[in-house]
Write a protein that binds this ligand. Structure first.
Ligand SMILES: NC(=O)c1ccc[n+]([C@@H]2O[C@H](COP(=O)([O-])OP(=O)(O)OC[C@H]3O[C@@H](n4cnc5c(N)ncnc54)[C@H](O)[C@@H]3O)[C@@H](O)[C@H]2O)c1
Length: 443
């Protein structure tokens, strides 16, 4: 099929590359000229394992094209995916300006029947808005081309995005027309050869499904963090409790790790948007609001432990920070816990020596030329002369470090572990003062 993907970000670029990999002809449109030029030279603007190979192969074999021009992409494609950002607006709702701008542009340029697919995460009712905006543009032009609007939310995870897209647990398609459902099934058939389902539903249900999925996962994270905070007050071992409940198939082990709370480009904004939707419809979503509140608190609790250890005086203290991205295997720092932790430490006069395998350039942009933040070439270099190590992201390489080398580099052998990477008994034997999530508090 001939497809247009509008937006070449984490979702758009993966979607484009994976559809091209299956033999479709895909035009990927992005408004950012520098990004498009880089892509045409084989440079991938984000870090996502395996993506570079996919993009290069399909670009070289003429199945994947990049452009800033929407008009020809719309004209040449039957199916147009909208994969632009839907960031959080000031009132917590999803900012739909980019999605509706694309819809307007599609209406301006379409020259025949088209299927417009919402791939971006958008609140209930957005398909109706997209339809309305396109109709307005067609009316202005005196045209009456037919089109359908489909909701096809994306469930990929950054870090394993290609695998998730190529072998999805399920594909959700919201549409009101049987023929369009058949078209979407045909498009996705190569991705579900192992019989994972393509679930066809109405548009509104598909729009809500994406938010419900993210809200459930975010709530699971807040739930285990809340249990960890109860462990801190009871002396129970959170890692044992986690295993004890996670092995129950009804609960499951995934998304059950205590830590600094959820971050990233999706969970925080999608929780806020769902809360906003529910509240605007007269329903206060108590579980979601509680999950959000626990999430906000989680970083404060961690910072309190650091402050307490240094007797409320962080002035001129030096912290090595391992991990800046919101999770491993990505360079995405949107809403990353590390940014909150670093910002609060800086406010209290501390200095930071940061290290991350992929997210240092994004973090450098975020903090600008802050004189109290430096970036180390390796995890061990970040430790040099530091008063303590703070671990914010669980990159695999942090799991089995050379503890003796760490001790030699640090000014004092103190670790604040926001991801529970190590065995507390082992670290105590090695002479570390080791703080982790869920640790017993001195009451
Ligand atoms: N990142 C994820 O893991 C993930 C997973 C599932 C769903 N989503 C959802 O997918 C959507 C996109 O997320 P993302 O992380 O890929 O965003 P992103 O910010 O990485 O990418 C969006 C891209 O759209 C481009 N763009 C904006 N306006 C445009 C326009 N008018 N025409 C052409 N290009 C335009 C931007 O330049 C940018 O490159 C969001 O709604 C998000 O919630 C994201």
């Amino acid at each position: 099929m001939k497809l247009a993907i509008i937006g070449a970000g984490y979702v758009g670029l993966v979607t484009a590359a994976c559809f091209a990999e299956m033999g479709n002809e895909v035009i990927c449109v992005d408004a950012d000229r520098a990004k498009v030029e880089a892509l045409e030279q084989g440079k991938i603007p984000i870090y996502e394992p395996g993506l570079e190979e996919y993009v290069k192969r399909n670009f070289t074999e003429n199945r994947l094209f990049f452009t800033t021009e929407l008009a020809p992409a719309v004209s040449q494609s039957l199916v147009i995916f909208i994969a632009v950002g839907t960031p959080q607006d000031t009132d917590g709702s999803a900012d739909l300006s980019m999605v509706l701008q694309v819809a307007r542009d599609v209406g301006r340029h379409m020259d025949g029947y088209k299927v417009i697919v919402e791939k971006s995460t958008v609140p209930v009712g957005t398909a109706a808005k997209v339809r309305q905006v396109i109709n307005e543009e067609l009316q202005k032009r005196g045209e009456a081309f037919e089109f359908d609007v489909v909701s096809n939310p994306e469930f990929l995870k950054e870090g394993t995005a290609l695998d998730d897209f190529m072998k999805p647990d399920r594909i959700v398609v919201g549409c009101d027309d049987v023929r369009v459902a058949e078209l979407m099934k045909e498009l996705y058939a190569p991705f579900v050869r192992t019989n994972h389902p393509i679930i066809i539903m109405d548009v509104v249900s598909a729009e809500l499904t994406k938010y419900a999925a993210n809200a459930f996962l975010a709530t699971k994270i807040s739930f285990i963090n809340e249990i960890a905070n109860i462990c801190s007050r009871t002396g129970a071992n959170i890692n044992m409790v986690r295993q004890g409940i996670g092995s129950d198939r009804r609960i499951g082990n995934l998304f059950l790790f205590p830590g600094l709370g959820y971050g990233g480009s999706c969970f925080p904004k999608d929780m806020q948007a769902l809360i906003h939707t529910a509240r605007s419809l007269g329903y206060p979503p108590r579980v979601l609001e509680a999950a959000e509140a626990v999430n906000q608190d989680q970083r404060r609790i961690f910072l309190d432990v650091i402050r307490k250890h240094f007797k409320d005086d962080l002035r001129a203290k030096v912290f090595a920070v391992w991990g800046l991205s919101f999770k491993p295997l990505t360079d995405d720092i949107r809403e990353a816990p590390a940014l909150t932790v670093i910002s609060r430490l800086l406010e209290q006069g501390a200095r930071i020596q940061a290290y991350d395998p992929e997210a240092m350039s994004a973090t450098r942009q975020f903090f600008g030329n802050h004189e109290a933040v430096s970036y180390a070439a390796s995890s061990y270099e970040a430790l040099r002369g530091a008063d303590a190590l703070v671990i914010c992201t669980e990159w695999a390489r942090f799991r089995e470090p050379d503890f003796e080398r760490m001790k030699a580099a640090l000014k004092a052998p103190v670790i604040f572990d926001g991801r529970n990477l190590y065995n507390p008994d082992k670290l105590a034997k090695l002479g570390f003062t080791y703080f982790h999530i869920g640790q017993k508090l001195e009451m």
